[in-house]
Design a protein around this ligand. Structure first.
Ligand SMILES: *[C@@H]1O[C@H](CO)[C@@H](O)[C@H](O)[C@H]1NC(C)=O
Ligand SMILES: *[C@@H]1O[C@H](CO)[C@@H](O)[C@H](O)[C@H]1NC(C)=O
Ligand SMILES: *[C@@H]1O[C@H](CO)[C@@H](O)[C@H](O)[C@H]1NC(C)=O
Ligand SMILES: *[C@@H]1O[C@H](CO)[C@@H](O)[C@H](O)[C@H]1NC(C)=O
Length: 300
């Protein structure tokens, strides 16, 4: 009787040790998985942007979405992100529903939230081309001075070589009025108020001297600004900058089981940038169980 008991108990403890040892191996993997994703496809995601809620700067919350590609969301739609330049602090987005030189699509507005138009507005070298405007359009009358030419180009150039816009010319047998203008114009006046049936946007307009509309780059370039919130200090200590999802207060995310207000504590960071707090506790528990196990062995 006694001999069977003394062999059963150690085997149960042995199983427990194996289970604990397996948990010890998987814990750091789980921690790495739950930290902020740092890319979407080939596009790097860094501060102030974040894909996971609580990552990046709170002002940029809910703006990016990574499904098959990276998308930027505004009240007027979901735009494909083509590139982000963290040195120049710019992001190029493309509206698949926008008309370009080669495709005519139904009209719609480009809208941003009030916060977006302050922290990530279109750059000054992003030109909005308003096309097929009525002669009563404000930009042909009271707000005429909002229209300009860029790099030697005037807007009626778009009616000639562009298959998409030639239709305006054909229908009226003359070029309907148009206007090259900046984001502020469309920010304050909707397309209905502007009384133009279509728009397209052209980027890098300072570099387009001598090039025809077929070779222009269509899209919207945004420029983002980041307040200095001490994020560098957090990143240098091995953390990712984030925020509390309830209070939106800034947090330095060190690992899935440790946050700090400013930076990750030096002692808890290993070469892989992971804290070893809880695994160390598990290790102590293991030692304790092993000790008990050995004592039982010597007793029997
Ligand atoms: C993410 O983008 C897709 C478009 O690919 C959209 O259908 C979805 O609603 C978006 N999700 C959020 C949370 O914005
Ligand atoms: C051009 O604008 C007029 C209104 O000014 C509109 O009736 C017409 O449908 C527009 N053309 C196209 C091709 O949408
Ligand atoms: C733009 O250029 C066209 C053609 O050269 C000219 O007729 C027009 O007055 C110019 N518009 C502005 C606002 O300078
Ligand atoms: C750390 O902060 C993130 C973002 O607010 C939150 O999701 C996570 O639960 C926090 N972790 C801890 C251990 O407080």
């Amino acid at each position: 009787m006694q001999s069977t008991d003394s062999t059963l108990i150690p085997s149960a403890i042995f199983k427990l040790i194996i289970t604990l040892a397996l948990q010890l191996r998987t814990l750091p993997t789980l921690a790495a998985l739950s930290l902020c994703r740092n890319s979407c496809g080939s596009i790097a995601i860094k501060y102030p942007f974040g894909l996971d809620d609580g990552c990046g700067a709170p002002q940029f919350r809910h703006m990016l979405n990574c499904t098959t590609d990276l998308f930027f969301t505004t009240p007027s739609g979901i735009y494909k992100v083509q590139s982000i330049d963290y040195d120049k602090k710019s992001m190029v987005i493309y509206d698949p529903a926008m008309s370009t030189c080669s495709i005519l699509q139904p009209h719609h507005d480009f809208l941003m939230t009030p916060i977006q138009s302050i922290i990530i507005p279109p750059t000054s070298d992003t030109v909005f081309a308003l096309l097929n405007c009525s002669i009563d359009s404000p930009v042909l009358n009271h707000y005429k001075n909002l229209c300009f030419n860029f790099s030697g180009h005037s807007c009626d150039e778009l009616y000639g070589p562009c298959n998409a816009f030639r239709v305006f010319h054909l229908l009226s047998n003359s070029s309907p009025p148009c206007c090259f203008t900046g984001y502020d114009t469309v920010k304050y006046m909707s397309m209905d108020i502007l009384d133009c049936s279509h728009y397209t946007t052209v980027i890098n307009t300072d570099d387009l001297k001598g090039m025809g509309p077929l070779d222009w780059v269509y899209g919207i370039k945004l420029t983002f600004s980041v307040a200095d919130t001490g994020c560098e200090r957090c990143e240098q200590s091995g953390g990712s900058c984030g925020f509390d999802t309830e209070t939106e207060g800034l947090v330095c995310l060190c690992s899935s089981y440790m946050n700090s207000t400013r930076e990750c504590a030096a002692g808890s960071i290993t070469a892989e940038g992971q804290s070893h707090g809880p695994p160390r506790l598990l290790f102590q528990a293991l030692v304790l169980i092993l000790g008990t196990f050995l004592r039982m062995m010597t007793l029997s």
